[in-house]
Ligand binder design. Sequence first.
Ligand SMILES: [Zn+2]
Length: 235
Amino acid sequence: EYFQILNDKNTKFNNVTISFDGIDYFATFNIDFAEEEWELTGKNVGCDINSNVNGWLVTSDEEKEYFDIDHENQMVKLINRIMAKCTNGSKKWKKQKIRLLKWYHQRSNKLDDYIEKLSTEMVKKYDTIVFEKNYSKIKILIGGEQNMVFPLTKFITKLQDKFARHKPQAEGVVFVDAKYTSKKCHFCANINHELDVKTRKWKCPNCGKTLDRDINAAINILNRGDYGNSLENAK
Ligand SMILES: [Zn+2]
């Protein structure tokens, strides 16, 4: 995507800055370019935010997103263990230190790439993306024992930026009150007060339909918590 912009003959270069962080060189381009316009699709989606174990993001289209950073974390852990056995500041220690920085780099690059790709994909696919209002209180742990938290606010800001830049005519990101989104059956609007947090699949005691906890919540979020006032007809 970026190379395309840099190679576009309509792109105007204001300046280029080269920086070095001890391992890699970076080129920062200050440019003016024409924004690509993305077509409206007429599609809307509700998103339920979860733990990474059950899919950190579950959509009303029944898609579940997972983010895997386990390998990078294991490498960081392993190198830390090797370093602990080396004499501080020794040649071997320094070599491991560089290795460690590379893995830290790789880990944060992987996360940035993932957020970049997923946000582009979703803004291209949907005109409206609905989240629950209190999303910033939800912590998605992605780092195993190191308890790294997924940068959810960064992801949502990316979506908003891309809507503003590429699809200004779309409604974009919308937030709704998430009250009862998990406990309410999206088929009949019955609220199941007995539902506990551990139950992933449940049968509605009123209409008898079987529901996936997170997909049901995502559909309720898409319906903006208001049964019968849906953007799309719930399945
Ligand atoms: Zn029901």
